[in-house]
Ligand binder design. Structure first.
Ligand SMILES: [Zn+2]
Length: 466
């Protein structure tokens, strides 16, 4: 009944649609943009009776190879619908909460971005999202967008680096074609410096029960829960998966042995390889992400520690670059078996190395073609020994019996390869936010899942705001 009245009352009032984008609120020590979003969103829904959110908030991971990214390179945005008369009230609430949060966190390196956008999402912001995910975004580029959209956007704090992510996170909301979801549970502040307390056996049991619709719950190889982050931040745990209702069910099976403040379900661009855009070897630049196909130029060099470096040459022209597969990703021990002449496709992010120039840090290796035969000197027709070259254009000479031949030629031999054609992904412990883990391959997850009744939950008063 209450819900019906609430819906009816919406009909008679003019509602505004406001997009709120946030970024760069974590310091070198603590903080988390998703936590601030949880605080702000739950406060709006609690304090403004007719306010409602038609969709899940977005947790957007941006380009992981940008040097001055935030710790988790995450930005967030959400949509709120409110009666026009409540707008100034809502804005004040957001800004107050923002300042209170900034007052309370320790450490430095914050350049917070906060943006309000009214009405539909302009194309410029969708484009900005794609760029902030896969490329370097220059300050002037963002300034231009802000000037162009000054009718529909508002920047209540100062201009800062965080605006890039805040605007990109708003732009993502009508750009994503595939989504995953994550439920994040937040700790109470007095627990921050303590070790997180979630019963490990219950995490394994949850993983077993929900493994087809969740991912990266537990690393059985290293006996380590993956749903629990490290460091001093407000996140107690995060379960990632394909469906919000399942995430909630999965959470409720866990045995949490510490108090928590509440939770929030996000829609995300995580675990989709969204940053893997196709590029050519010649156009790839440092700080870009993407995939390239090429031919292995010389046999890989293996560095101490097991990292593997490969020079990759374009199939069409003479352009080349370096690719690195680090041992902790598990890709190094496969890449070391590649040989000159193999064709591979590599995805990852470009960094600049002093000694090598542009190096793509690989987070996916696709072996497309393998050299499977090699040439060797013929064996001696008289005594069977392997012959040696007698010098350029002089044929072969047998080191055992001295037989010489100008007519014999090298023979083809099959090689046994230590790596097979196929696609290889990092081990679970090395999977970063944007990367698709092996367990997600083949799954589809759409962006239009409806709000479940407990998508945002604040424990303080035990009530659920939705
Ligand atoms: Zn011989």
């Amino acid at each position: 009944m209450w819900r019906v009245r609430k819906l009816l009352s919406r009909v008679h009032e003019t509602y505004l649609e406001v997009h709120v984008g946030l970024d760069d609120t974590d310091t070198d020590l603590e903080g988390c943009t998703t936590y601030l979003t949880f605080k702000i969103l739950s406060k709006i829904l609690n304090k403004i009776p007719k306010a409602f959110s038609p969709n899940y908030p977005l947790l957007i991971r941006l380009n992981p190879v940008i040097p001055f990214k935030t710790r988790g390179n995450a930005a967030t945005s959400f949509i709120i619908k409110i009666p026009e008369k409540d707008l100034s009230n809502m804005k004040k609430l957001v800004i107050d909460e923002f300042y209170e949060y900034l007052r309370n966190i320790e450490g430095s390196g914050v350049e917070p971005g906060l943006v309000f956008l009214y009405g539909n999402i302009p194309n410029e912001l969708s484009k900005l999202y794609r760029k902030a995910l896969t490329d370097y975004v220059h300050k002037d580029y963002v300034t231009k967008i802000i000037n162009k959209l000054n009718e529909s956007i508002e920047i209540p704090l100062s201009y800062s680096r965080g605006l890039v992510g805040a605007l990109a996170a708003i732009g993502a909301s009508n750009t994503l074609t595939e989504c995953t979801y994550e439920i994040l549970v937040y700790r109470t502040r007095n627990n921050y410096s303590r070790e997180r307390c979630v019963d490990e056996e219950s995490i394994k049991a949850m993983d077993k029960a929900f493994q087809n619709q969740t991912f990266l719950n537990y690393d059985y190889e290293n006996n380590k829960p993956l749903i629990i982050p490290s460091g001093r931040n407000p996140v107690l745990l995060g379960i990632r998966g394909e469906d919000p209702a399942t995430l909630l069910k999965a959470l409720k099976t866990l045995n949490l042995c510490e108090d928590f403040e509440g939770w929030l379900i996000y829609k995300t661009n995580q675990a989709l390889n969204a940053h893997h855009v196709e590029r050519s070897i010649e156009e790839f630049r440092p700080y870009q992400t993407g995939c390239i196909k090429g031919r292995v130029f010389e046999n890989p060099s293996i560095r101490s520690g097991g990292d593997v470096l490969i020079k990759l040459e374009s199939l069409e022209n003479k352009h080349s670059l370096w690719v690195a597969f680090f041992s902790e990703t598990g890709l190094g021990k496969l890449a070391r078996y590649l040989m000159k002449g193999d064709v591979i496709r590599v995805c990852g992010g470009g960094k600049w190395w002093e000694d090598l120039g542009l190096v793509i840090h690989g987070d996916l290796l696709e072996v497309v073609e393998l050299v499977n035969e090699t040439l060797r000197n013929p064996s001696c027709p008289l005594c069977g020994h392997r012959m040696k070259s007698a010098g350029k254009g002089k044929g072969f000479k047998c080191p055992a019996c001295g037989y010489r031949s100008l007519t014999l030629s090298k023979e083809k031999v099959k090689i046994n390869r230590g790596v097979a054609i196929g696609t290889y992904r990092p081990v679970d412990s090395a999977v970063k936010h944007l990367i698709m883990p092996q367990s997600r391959v083949g799954r589809r997850s759409d962006c239009s899942k409806l709000l479940v009744s407990e998508w945002v939950y604040v424990r303080e008063d035990g009530s659920i705001h939705s």
